[in-house]
Design a protein around this ligand. Structure first.
Ligand SMILES: Cc1cc2nc3c(=O)[nH]c(=O)nc-3n(C[C@H](O)[C@H](O)[C@H](O)COP(=O)(O)OP(=O)(O)OC[C@H]3O[C@@H](n4cnc5c(N)ncnc54)[C@H](O)[C@@H]3O)c2cc1C
Ligand code: SF4
Ligand code: SF4
Length: 441
């Protein structure tokens, strides 16, 4: 008769324990290191280990600079450890409980969501651009593309979201959400996230989107990558968020592989507008969540339009942009670009150097710290083509560069390059366009 096979013993992991009088209140490093939120902090900055949550991963013990934490084993566990140490029995393959807990948490989140930004019921164009890129992400993951619509009497935006590719809309429609207020929208957003658990949330990198995304990410305890220029899915289903870093000198791809949802903001005009599918339909999930108005400290009393914005030009929506840089030599010479812009029905843009010199207002600046544009034709006049400028215009359908330096980097992204003096070339182009228009009459 063969001996019955002895069950393999499992190595106990124990729980973390604070050693009396050793903590130096270093700033809660143990709490930050804990992957399962098993460490609370007292007012005096010492940790309290929640033993029912602790999975014995040792992270807090390893990170503590004062060796104030150790692993605690019950007498039974100590006996098993002693047996294991004295016997030659193979220990059962230890499953990493941290990895198991992480995989379980990640599996609980599903779907790609786009926040539909609106002001008085008017949607921001960037929301539809995000649905365009979100569609590809959802297809890679094999999940639904959803929109999150928050406002007052905004059901018409659900239909627009379907037309731009969403198959489901989560809707919070109540007077509380009439005007954008950070607290009310954060409460609403966080409620939807906690309730329906999306794995990815995209928002426009606009004033509202930047404000909301940061506050929501902080509240739900996840990461946020701002101003992404590229989004894709890796082989582990993580979102690869690409954006310029170190002043635009490198492109960094950022991942948020241990927290959900993964959150990104993208500037207007960075992603292409998806095709509109007239009459497309989907599911609307109406959620009635509101918080009492009294708990929202911000009250909107009156909306006063910015007087300056009356004369302001929105270069982001223009089809033709004629931009000038330091090569324009002074503010008066921009009149020459305006003439060309008038002939083409376009607007005048500028590089940061031209804006910093006070030759053009800030709302005309194209680039990393200005606007991102995607016109049909972008004409760069006397602009060298620094990377911070290129990230704002390189996705234009056609780029025409005029520069007297044939090795200027702007020529690397130009569809057509003209090497020469802009003061001769720009008026010549304007003249030729006028002639052609005359001939057509
Ligand atoms: C963090 C950070 C953010 C930034 N954000 C932005 C941004 O958003 N947008 C932006 O534009 N820049 C930005 N910059 C600045 C950027 O690095 C460049 O300094 C700037 O774009 C240069 O502007 P420019 O091409 O007009 O000037 P220059 O680099 O000085 O180029 C002038 C060009 O004009 C040409 N030229 C001169 N005279 C003539 C002529 N008569 N005919 C034809 N060509 C002529 C010259 O050959 C030269 O190539 C940023 C920089 C940093 C560090
Ligand atoms: S041992 Fe791991 S799970 Fe337990 S408290 Fe420390 S970091 Fe958290
Ligand atoms: S890491 Fe160590 S020293 Fe720092 S708070 Fe935690 S127990 Fe105290």
């Amino acid at each position: 008769m063969t001996e019955p096979i002895k069950p393999k013993p499992k190595k106990p992991r124990g729980v973390a324990k604070l050693l009396d009088g050793k903590c130096i209140a270093c700033g809660a490093r143990c709490q930050s290191a804990c992957p399962v939120n098993a460490v609370d902090m007292t007012d005096s900055g010492e940790p309290v280990i929640l033993t029912d949550k602790c999975i014995g991963c040792l992270k807090c013990v390893k990170i503590c600079p004062a060796e104030a934490l150790e692993m605690y084993f019950t007498p039974e566990e100590q006996k098993i450890l002693a047996e294991l140490a004295s016997s030659a029995l193979p220990v059962e393959e230890d499953i990493d409980p941290e990895a198991v807990a992480l995989a379980k948490m990640l599996a609980g989140y599903q779907g790609v969501w786009v926040f539909v930004e609106q002001t008085e019921g008017e949607p921001a164009k960037v929301s539809w651009e995000l649905l365009g890129v979100g569609k590809g992400l959802a297809a890679s993951l094999g999940v639904e593309l959803c929109a999150m619509v928050i406002g007052d009497q905004v059901e018409h935006l659900c239909m627009e979201a379907f037309a731009h590719g969403a198959s489901k809309v989560y809707l919070l429609d109540a007077p509380l959400y009439r005007n954008y207020r950070t607290e009310a929208y954060v409460e609403g957003c966080c409620h939807l996230i906690e309730q329906y658990k999306p794995e990815i949330i995209l928002m426009g990198a606009t004033g509202m989107g930047r404000d909301l995304a940061g506050a929501v990410a902080t509240r739900v305890g996840t990461g946020l990558t701002a101003d992404c220029t590229g989004l894709a899915i890796d082989d582990k289903r993580n979102l690869m968020q690409t954006r310029p870093a170190f002043g635009g000198n490198i492109m960094a791809t950022i991942m948020c592989d241990k927290f959900r949802p993964q959150m990104s903001t993208v500037r207007p005009n960075v992603m292409p507008m998806p095709e509109r599918r007239e009459g497309a339909r989907g599911t609307i999930v109406r959620d009635t969540f509101v918080v009492p108005e009294e708990t929202i400290l911000t009250k909107v009393i009156e909306i006063i339009r910015d007087a300056k914005s009356k004369g302001a030009v929105d270069i982001t929506g223009a089809e033709f942009i004629i931009s000038g840089g330091r090569g324009m030599m002074g503010p008066d010479n921009f009149a020459m670009l305006q003439e060309l812009a008038d002939e083409l029905g376009g607007v005048v843009g500028a590089s940061r150097s031209a804006v910093d010199a006070g030759w053009m207002p800030g709302d005309r600046q194209v680039g990393q710290t200005g606007k991102t544009v995607r016109p049909k034709i972008y004409i760069a006049c006397g602009i060298s083509g620094a990377i911070q400028h290129l990230v704002g215009m390189q996705d234009s359908d056609m780029v025409i560069a005029i520069n007297r330096d044939k090795s200027a980097p702007i020529f690397e992204v130009a569809t057509y390059g003209i090497v020469g003096d802009l003061f001769q070339i720009v008026p010549a182009i304007t003249r030729r366009i006028r002639e052609l228009k005359q001939q057509r009459k």
